[in-house]
Design a protein around this ligand. Structure first.
Ligand SMILES: [Fe+2]
Ligand SMILES: [Fe+2]
Length: 392
């Protein structure tokens, strides 16, 4: 029989691994960010869940691989209980993989989930999980599958569950997700305890291998979700790419009237403004809604003695100074500007503009936001909340 750890001390030593999980970059993964910001459509979720089906369908193989690594028959008995639940208990039709098949059919109209075109990265993700479990010892395998996999599933499913509910899907149709949100913490606990119980009261001497196994599981999932996110984003810009490659004229005079503006005040639609008197921040941004596909012309107006916030975003910008005098700060540099000047601001570089002259500073900013808007997390809004720090 392996060494045992009391449940109180188990909970305490387990906390350090839970903290490791909570700090992993997985939680900033663009796919999860897009879910939390309600940026995914039903079609996007359909793609995501169809790929995930490959993992779900094979999950009992992962559990079996861990079982195979356990010398102790008590641990195998505990795992067989997890397997029993996965298999739907008395009713085989209720096995989890089948509940997902039903959800795919009901919610996404996918009649044959097994016929999905599983991407190479989907198959690789699963194979890598299986390979790790087969080639490590029972402590590493339990850590991988406990904290690193089962321990995060309930949380991840909650993102999907809330996202789909927000799109109007009935909770009843999402039983596969809600069921796991309820039972996977318990499943994870069983597996985590298997890892801890084998440490013979000396978790610290095994901490490194446990942490390495957890990180491996989370890294693999992070990479996998990034690949899915990239495909979802590519699908969104595909019509644009097709139009460009297919030499399709987008701008049709009969649909969209020819655009012309004198760039006077209020010539666009108000988009964003902010006033923070203590910091000298005072500006207004308006947008010209002229049906551009990629270009996004905006007018930035800054009163005398004021500036806008330091910020950065995914779109690149070409500034044309319409009137006034000022200073455009880009990263650690700045450029003195006046009417008629053109300034380029690259993507993801801190920048702000200040009015150093008399009267208003007006800048026309032409950006490629029409392209970058399809990407989640395309603006770093944190700067808008930390105006004291940005000046330093
Ligand atoms: Fe399951
Ligand atoms: Fe900007």
């Amino acid at each position: 029989m392996q060494g045992t750890v009391t449940s109180v001390s188990k909970a305490r030593v387990g906390e350090r691994f839970e903290e490791l999980v909570s700090k992993h970059p997985l939680w900033q993964n663009p796919l999860l960010v897009a879910c939390s910001k309600n940026e995914l459509s039903l079609k996007d979720y359909g793609y995501l869940i169809a790929q995930h089906f490959y993992y779900s369908r094979g999950f009992t193989r992962l559990l079996s691989a861990l079982m195979m690594q356990c010398d102790d028959d008590k641990f195998r008995a505990e795992l067989s209980h997890n397997l029993w639940e996965e298999a739907g208990e008395e009713n085989m039709e209720e096995r989890h993989s089948n509940l997902l098949r039903k959800m795919m059919n009901d919610v996404f109209d996918i009649a044959n989930p097994d016929g999905t075109d599983f991407k190479t990265y989907t198959v690789t993700y699963f194979d890598e999980c299986l390979r790790f479990l087969k080639n490590t010892n029972s402590i590493g395998a339990a850590a991988f599958l406990g904290w690193g996999t089962e321990g995060v599933v309930a949380n991840i499913y909650e993102y999907w569950f809330e996202g789909l509910k927000g799109l109007g899907v009935e909770e009843e149709a999402l039983r596969y997700l809600s069921l796991h949100m309820e039972c996977d913490d318990e499943h994870a606990e069983v597996i985590e305890n298997i890892a801890l119980s084998q440490c013979n009261d000396d978790v610290s001497s095994h901490a490194q291998e446990i942490e390495a196994a957890i990180n491996k599981a989370l890294d693999l999932r992070d990479e996998y979700f990034r690949a899915i996110y990239q495909d979802i984003t590519t699908a969104k810009i595909e019509p644009l790419v097709s139009a460009i490659c297919g030499k399709q004229p987008y701008y049709k005079v009969e649909d969209v009237p020819l655009f012309s503006s004198s760039l006077t005040q209020n010539s666009g639609v108000k988009l964003y403004s902010n006033q923070q008197q203590d910091d000298g921040i005072n500006f207004e941004v308006s947008r010209f809604n002229i049906g551009c596909e990629v270009m996004d012309p905006r007018l930035l107006e800054i009163p005398e003695g004021c500036r806008n916030e330091c910020h950065k975003h995914a779109h690149e910008s070409m500034f044309y100074v319409v009137s006034g005098e000022g200073r455009v700060h880009i990263a650690d540099e700045h450029i003195e500007v006046s009417a008629g000047q053109l300034i380029y601001v690259p993507r993801w570089v801190d920048h702000y503009s200040e009015n150093t002259g008399e009267g208003k500073l007006t800048i026309l900013a032409i950006t490629d936001f029409g392209l970058t808007k399809h990407f989640s997390n395309n603006t770093d809004f944190s700067y808008r909340k930390k105006q004291q720090e940005q000046v330093a």
